[in-house]
Write a protein that binds this ligand. Structure first.
Ligand code: ATP
Ligand code: MG
Length: 286
């Protein structure tokens, strides 16, 4: 079942000279993890904003094409340009590129409850969702903390908790680990895996950490200059090593090495992990 369908989407910010998205089309199926990679300025964040209707409803500009979101739980379809911005976050949640910019309350629990109060839910439902969102993100026990005092990984998980509390079926994460240390990165990417496996969520993940994307994404979109230049499974995208290199996208080390070994005729197909690489070349684990 398709849950996101983007058709011929183009967008130009109001005062910008050129289009930030140029005739972008793709689909995402229920339960998929779609990885989005591409150089800085290629339109990844703009695309995220368009997926939950902030573009064109709150951030205006020249918009054409369609973004249609289908709620897999009800089957209902929402064309973002015709849907009130208050409705979309309950179907497609967006975690912005800067977690701090999304946190503005005095305590962790207020941060998560904030959006819920605006949904007009009753007190018990708010508490239920608050507890659930903090539980899934591993933040139980930190309810009374001042968000700026949390670690980077905790702040990012809090931003995710606030979005999850709205109970979206689809989660869009814009570079959720870019400002985190290795521990924070693991915490956040572990959470992404959990949300997919245990909560059946569909995830669109913009991520520079290509190790994770190539290993766990079902499909990858590679963006450049507002358009999609490559789209396919990690294996298909990894075949295009030259294109990726030209865009300055760093492949996981095991893939870089396997490309080199292929050029020399030592192995036949790309290896995604170190273990795979070792087994191809008949190393210790193979
Ligand atoms: N509010 C805005 N007004 C005008 N132009 C903008 C605005 N936001 C982004 N742009 C332009 O749109 C293009 C795409 O930007 P976007 O932020 O979507 O790229 P990105 O792929 O997310 O980059 P990064 O990897 O640095 O986050 C860039 O040329 C950028 O300068
Ligand atoms: Mg961005």
């Amino acid at each position: 079942m398709k849950v996101i369908s983007v058709e011929n989407l183009s967008f130009k910010y109001r005062r910008a000279r050129s289009y930030s998205l140029k005739d972008v089309s793709f689909e995402v199926k229920k339960g998929e993890l779609l990885g989005v990679i591409g150089p800085s300025g290629s339109g990844k964040s703009t695309l995220c904003l368009a997926l939950n209707g902030i573009i064109p409803n709150s951030i205006k500009g020249e918009f054409s094409g369609d973004v249609v979101i289908r709620d897999p739980r009800t089957g209902e379809e929402y064309n973002t340009k015709e849907t009130p911005v208050s409705k979309l976050p309950t179907v497609v949640g967006l975690v912005l590129q800067n977690p701090e910019s999304q946190l503005f309350n005095m305590t962790v629990e207020e941060e998560v409850a904030f959006g819920l109060e605006n949904l007009g839910l009753d007190r018990n439902e708010i508490l239920r969702r608050l507890r659930w969102a903090l539980e899934v993100t591993g933040l139980r026990g930190l309810e009374k903390e001042f968000p700026p005092n949390l670690s980077g990984g905790q702040q990012q998980r809090l931003a995710i908790a606030a979005v999850l509390a709205m109970r979206p079926a689809i989660l869009v994460l814009d570079e959720p680990t870019s400002q985190l240390d290795p521990v924070g990165k693991r915490e956040v990417l572990g959470l992404v895996s959990l949300l997919r496996k245990e909560h059946g969520m569909t995830v669109v993940l913009v991520e520079h950490h290509t190790d994770y994307v190539f290993r766990f994404a079902d499909r990858i979109l590679v963006m450049d200059d507002g358009g999609i230049v490559l789209e396919g499974t990690p294996r298909e995208v990894a075949e295009e090593a030259e294109t990726l290199r030209k865009l300055g996208i760093k492949l996981p080390a095991s893939l870089e090495i396997s490309h080199e070994l292929r050029k020399r005729g030592i192995i036949e197909s790309p290896a995604f992990t170190e273990e795979e690489l070792l087994s191809r070349i008949g190393g210790p684990s193979g």
